[in-house]
Design a protein around this ligand. Structure first.
Ligand code: HEM
Length: 213
């Protein structure tokens, strides 16, 4: 990634092709895009842009490990991860629902039936915690990539003095905005969303009282 993909090239030349129409008021699309069906009929739609969050593979890891994600950009909207499933192929989406019903590794690993866990159970828990740690680590590295490929280039000018394209993540005229107002192509407040997603991953390692009863 770092060797072959220059952040300024990614940000200014590649990223605009990933832009969506959801939560894109800052880019001049307060209602999203109008899909014209002819004779003045049609409807406004707000759709996520491209994101690897729409990959069934990463969501599968969350589902298998019993990690729940509820974070999103706007209150009362579906969580990003649940909405992202609507952008997957039907069989992939159905596979995730099926695995969620069939598999409960977290419960098995974190809630021993006996007070004293067997050596076998301790090994299972250890392996489970290590897997969750790896997913946290993946998400921390991803935040570093996003900082390098979006946050930093969004603050630097091109040689012609411009800084904007359709996928520019801050409102026009506010290029120096705080990082937590920057919007991703998937429509999230990207840094706070990604940190929350990492925290939700970490939380799978904790058992609160309501769960242990
Ligand atoms: C230049 C490289 C990348 C950039 C700039 C980037 C940027 C982003 C952003 C901004 C989001 C938040 C959603 C939104 O768009 O609003 C996101 C989500 C996500 N990205 Fe990336 N990403 C990159 C590479 C990758 C790679 C290589 C992977 C996987 C191998 C990945 C996996 C994910 C996942 C799984 C999510 C959903 C949040 C989560 O579940 O942690 N991304 N990405």
């Amino acid at each position: 990634m770092y060797e072959k993909c220059d952040p300024m090239t990614f940000y200014h030349r590649v990223r605009s092709f990933l832009a969506g129409s959801k939560n894109m008021a800052a880019a001049g699309l307060p209602r999203g895009l109008f899909y014209n069906e002819g004779d003045g009929k049609g409807r406004w739609r707000q759709l996520q842009g491209g994101s690897n969050g729409q990959s069934c593979l990463i969501q599968l890891l969350d589902v298998v490990l019993g990690i729940e994600h509820n974070s999103n950009c706007v209150a009362d909207q579906k969580s990003f991860h649940h909405e992202a499933r609507e952008y997957m192929q039907g069989p992939h989406r159905r596979f995730l629902s099926h695995v969620a019903e069939a598999c409960n590794i977290r419960e098995l690993a974190m809630f021993p039936e006996d007070e004293v866990a067997s050596a076998e159970h301790q090994r299972l828990r250890f392996a489970y915690l290590a897997a969750v740690d790896q997913l946290c680590e993946f998400r921390s590295i991803h935040i570093q990539i996003v900082t390098r490929y979006i946050i930093l280039p969004s603050k630097r000018k091109l040689k012609d003095g411009s800084r904007r394209n359709l996928a520019s993540p801050t409102p026009f005229g506010t290029e120096n905005a705080a990082n937590d107002t920057i919007i991703g192509t998937g429509g999230t407040r990207l840094i706070s969303f990604l940190k929350e997603t990492r925290d939700e991953t970490f939380n799978a390692k904790k058992v609160d009282e309501s769960e242990s009863q």
